[in-house]
Design a protein around this ligand. Sequence first.
Ligand SMILES: [Zn+2]
Length: 153
Amino acid sequence: MGTYTTTKCGNCGHAFETLNYGRHSIVGPPKIKCASCNTINMTSFKLYRDMGMSNKIYFWIGQVFGTAIMGLVSFIIGVSWLYYMTTNGDYVKMWEIDNYIGLLILGGIPISLLFKGVFHIKDLSLVKKSCEAIEDLYDKNGGFILSDQYFND
Ligand SMILES: [Zn+2]
């Protein structure tokens, strides 16, 4: 569910793909070790635990806001689709009981969008977990994250 940001090794140009949850590009390993040439690259990321209080607040406002917007958009699309189908003359026929395929297709999409909106909130718990996973790995390695490790995580 994350988005991928690609950066390059400053030494050999090997491309790193770093996994970021949502829009919090400020959180991540400050040092990434290139899996190709073993050079340690400094990044503009900070570990969550090293961020100041104002950055943490800013970070969570962005997370909650982004998640809420995504959830809300899915929810509104789902509701308006259902409303359109049940009020528009052409589509009402699709709801006739003998039209099972029409019911499945036209009913399934908005309903899954509704669920998507409701369950989007779950992403927030993943964000904190991904922050902690980065910190654990960072410590285990002794102060850096291998580019491949970060990508696979
Ligand atoms: Zn490299």
